[in-house]
Design a protein around this ligand. Sequence first.
Ligand code: DAH
Length: 346
Amino acid sequence: MDLGTMTAQLERLRSDALDAVATAADPAALDAAQLAFLGRKGAITELLRGIGRLPAEDRPRMGAVGNEVREAVEAAVSERSRDLRGAALIARLAAEAVDVTTPGRRIARGTRHPIAETIAAIDEVFGRFGFVVYEGPEVEDDVTNFQMLNIPADHPARDLWDTLYVDIPDHLLRTHTSPGQIRVMRETRPPIRALLPGRCFRYEAVDASHGFEFFQVEGLMVDEGTSLADLKGLLEEFGHALFGVGRATRFRPGYYPFTEPSVAFDVGCVVCDGSGCPACGRTGWMTILGAGMVHPVVLRNGGIDPERYQGFAFGMGVERIAMLRHGVHDLRLFMENDLRFLEQFR
Ligand code: DAH
């Protein structure tokens, strides 16, 4: 090959190389272009190997041109590399950019569970009368859950409470909040005004009005001269506070081993207002709790002298009250944590 041909070829390679470098779209393409022209087997490198076969007097000139082309392509590569890095940085910044003018997204706010809300409403009403909230354990002993409440082991009244027992001998999941009465009487002196909200458990088949776990709120008042009239007045206030001031209320005779006399407390049906409908079994009344004067045996079991002190107690199912307050027909809804249900209680 002579000087003229080699120079012409070199110039063509220079312009091809500069083209390839200028159009390399990313660092990998640029590396490939650099290798293709300047690498050990690159086109420019290979061509310049032919310098040795030129006549001796042409070699310095060709060498100088070769170096100049090599440097020009190298310079183009490093400039293109800088541009590509700059473009990548700009793209990344654009992708990461925060538009501070975008309106905020609304954060989903939780709501108070209707059972907790109902317990709070009950606490509030009795709080006005000086009742203070206490809590007893969910795992109780048989003695406190039954025997101290005047329900001996072989007493048929045990059939009222289908019990879930635990692995600890003589212990069970409390079937009602009433054992809290014994605990409060033993821990405090009269006058006592205690409210005992809590979870209870029974071995029940679950349906729309029965759960195997549910909440109760128990009340206990013990003082000198406490009477059934006090209980009646207090529960009337409670019925009016929760279900409206005009709501009719009544006491009916009832039976519980731990109270004597025992009563059921009814309010006028919240669906039909007393005229009779399927919701109240056409009676016009709905029972919302059990109550009575604390049995002297129970007072004595609590360490209180029944000759000097009298007391009344009451116990209500929270789910039932929440159902009546909110027109809910199936108490299973309270335990299912379905947001479509819970979000209605904002
Ligand atoms: N412990 C009763 C139950 O679970 C409810 C009850 C009735 C509580 C009468 C009382 C009461 O304190 O006096 O069915």
